[in-house]
Design a protein around this ligand. Sequence first.
Ligand SMILES: Cc1cc2nc3c(=O)[nH]c(=O)nc-3n(C[C@H](O)[C@H](O)[C@H](O)COP(=O)(O)O)c2cc1C
Length: 380
Amino acid sequence: MSALFQPLNLGAILLKHRVVMAPLTRLRSQQPDDVPHGLNAEYYGQRASDGGLIITEATDTSEQARGYPGAPGIYTADQVRGWQGVTEAVHAKQGFIFSQIWHTGRISHSSMQPGGRLPGAPSAVVAAGNHMDRQGNVVPFETPRALTLGEIEEIIGDFRKAAEHALAAGFDGVEIHSANGYLIDQFLQDHTNRREDAYGGSIENRTQFLLEIVEQVTGVFGHDRVGVRIAPWGVSADIRDSDPQALFSHVSVELGKRKLAYLHIVEPRANQRSDTNALDPNAPDASSRFKGLFGGPVIAAGGFTQETAESVIHARHADAVAFGRLFIANPDLPDRFRMGGPLNPYDRATFYGGDARGYTDYPYLDTATPDSSPKTVTPQ
Ligand SMILES: Cc1cc2nc3c(=O)[nH]c(=O)nc-3n(C[C@H](O)[C@H](O)[C@H](O)COP(=O)(O)O)c2cc1C
């Protein structure tokens, strides 16, 4: 029997199936104010399904949180109104939708920061490589400023306000983005956190920032409508830690005590830039290591196919699976899995930015022709 099509209690919501849409940055909000608009509502509405869960793209909690031109925000009245259109489109199909909220920390650029200041981070440690500026030009990363205690308090407050706005916009819950090398992950991991105050040093101290955000966000939504995404052993955005097993064990135990709706774990075996489908057979299996410590429902993500998703749930290493690239290309992914239908291949060139092309024009199963829809997705 299919494990993916069994119902699942995820905190306060009852899913009818376990095929979750992963958070996917698509950089198509209305400019210049980062407002979600009709095209975004259409995209999410297409991917909604009865009793299915969508997690939105990472959404800025403040102007200072921004790190990518075109990413949406949830800190102005216009943005909240824009998100209302999105949640209505998903609810019209009896789907659920959580808002993934973030702060990019050092993965930003002064051209996107208020007053043109340097991006803020736990410590002044520059990320290797290049980023993009407000105009989308490729630029080297800048060395961030270390945030003051006052600024940290403000950022935690911004997460609370973002949760209040998400509630006002009609979201069913919030996912706190603590993965992939962004600000919360920068606090967790010791390569980027060199602080010597209450937010740095020991694992307990480095976890403090996340837990204070969790407290604020659960104060708005309730513990059973809040999830957290982590990426143990992740290397995105030049992140690393000297002891991921100990760090993420502590994180899982602490989040478990708070009885959250779910813990969302990105598997390190998947290529972190998602630019190939190859999996690293030697990478540690994160969901199985942390599920027991967390104690509640786990969503696993990263390079899953329908088949491997079925097995990870059967093995009880996860309760649901989030699909990223497959959901970009297949608006009706749960139906395709249910019916054993062919999958549309995705077009990498249209992942980030642009218009309806590669966004809302992927065909549904009934309009797909066998020739244009190979059974397996090929890396592009
Ligand atoms: C275009 C694109 C955008 C992404 N944006 C986000 C994001 O906003 N937040 C996040 O936590 N992960 C993001 N990810 C990671 C995905 O959620 C997912 O973990 C990754 O694609 C691996 O899953 P897959 O193999 O099913 O695609 C993104 C991935 C891709 C390909």
